[in-house]
Design a protein around this ligand. Structure first.
Ligand code: SF4
Ligand code: SF4
Length: 354
């Protein structure tokens, strides 16, 4: 277990050393993950900021979208983190990392202005300055994790995910690999829960975070969309929607990619347990996948194997399963036991003495 030196197991509970979070939204992205995070309910962002989670060190968030401060006063936090005045701090990146080696005469993305030169400070420069000093580093959203939409084929910026930029062997000052939280945007509770986990880990209160080979927290991303989908039972018995809005039926024939995508949204819902793409009639577009979007386009078109599986289920075992389920329900399970009616005799089979 890696504990930040600011915390000893006893201090964590008493002195409440805060953990600072430098949240960069200056990657190539849309700020959608920050917006999504404000809808989290388990835990709420407010609970993390107010230190309301029992035993957890309070979190101090520096996020341009949510901050009251603007301009130089706000950028000062970035300088403070670089100078070691915010310790411990976590670095969070939202948006993908452009390739500034091919920016021509300008720059692709930046944040703040260099006080000496008057030139913009690029996002890449901030990553170079802050990542080696951070106690933990998290890439939030598919853009930051794997490149996402800005990194589509033929894009001019050479955009990439944070792990592509820093190298897959990168570990934080505390030896923690980059934590990837994909999603477009990320499911809100996945963000706050992962933040909470990392803060607790820095304080020595949890085991090291368990990541899979794509850097994702395993407990959030170990199952496919299909495994958690409300419609999986319908797929099994051969009920498929033929067009959007077709009522109850699996959506694989109209382009759902749930069987090959790891995401917990159908299980967790979107806000407060409500929603979750295929549960509420929208196909899974694979937004959490490292291959998104290129490997899943054109959207709304079933892939060949998905269609084949749907045909197999629909015309072979699906109807058989449905027939026997219906029959068993009708004749056996949806019928009350025969002793539950008025009679002069006790017919429950009870043989004891009164
Ligand atoms: S709608 Fe998608 S995720 Fe749900 S059962 Fe069908 S293929 Fe699987
Ligand atoms: S279910 Fe699919 S489209 Fe919806 S959030 Fe998960 S990966 Fe993205």
């Amino acid at each position: 277990m890696r504990v930040h030196p600011e915390f000893s197991p006893r201090q964590a509970h008493t002195e409440r050393t805060p953990v600072h979070v430098i949240w960069m939204t200056s990657g190539l992205g849309c700020d959608g993950d920050t917006v999504a995070m404000t809808a989290a309910t388990s835990p709420r962002l407010e609970e993390l900021l107010r230190g309301a989670v029992p035993g957890m060190p309070p979190l101090v968030l520096y996020n341009p979208l949510l901050a009251h401060e603007t301009g130089e006063a706000f950028v000062q936090h970035w300088y403070d983190a670089e100078a070691g005045k915010l310790d411990p701090f976590m670095l969070v990146l939202e948006g993908s990392v452009p390739n500034e080696r091919i920016n021509g005469d300008g720059h692709w993305a930046g944040f703040g202005v260099d006080r000496a030169t008057g030139q913009p400070i690029t996002t890449c420069a901030w990553i170079d300055r802050l990542a080696p000093r951070a106690a933990a580093v998290m890439a939030v959203g598919t853009c930051a994790a794997y490149g996402g939409i800005p990194a589509m084929k033929n894009n001019p910026t050479g955009a990439m995910g944070l792990r592509d930029y820093l190298g897959s062997n990168f570990v934080s000052r505390l030896g923690i690999p980059i934590v990837n939280l994909p999603g477009c945007p990320v499911q809100p509770d996945n963000i706050t829960e992962s933040l909470m986990y990392l803060v607790l880990q820095l304080a020595g209160m949890t085991p090291d975070i368990d990541l899979d080979d794509q850097g994702r927290p395993r407990w959030l991303f170990e199952r496919t969309v299909h495994e958690g989908c409300d419609r999986a039972g319908l797929a099994e018995q051969g009920d498929f929607a033929e067009r959007p809005g077709d009522g109850q039926g699996c959506l694989v024939k109209i382009g759902c990619r749930g069987p090959v995508v790891k995401c917990n949204v159908p299980v967790r819902g979107w806000v407060g347990g409500i929603g979750g793409c295929p549960n509420v009639g929208g196909i899974c577009m694979a937004c959490t996948s490292p291959g998104f979007p290129d490997k899943f386009m054109p959207f709304m078109e079933a892939d060949r194997l998905g269609k084949l599986a749907a045909h197999a289920s629909r015309f072979t075992y699906g109807p058989v399963i449905r027939y026997f389920r219906d029959r068993n329900m009708r004749t056996r399970y949806e019928v009350e036991p025969e002793w539950r009616r008025p009679s002069d005799q006790l017919e429950t089979g009870y043989r004891g003495r009164w």
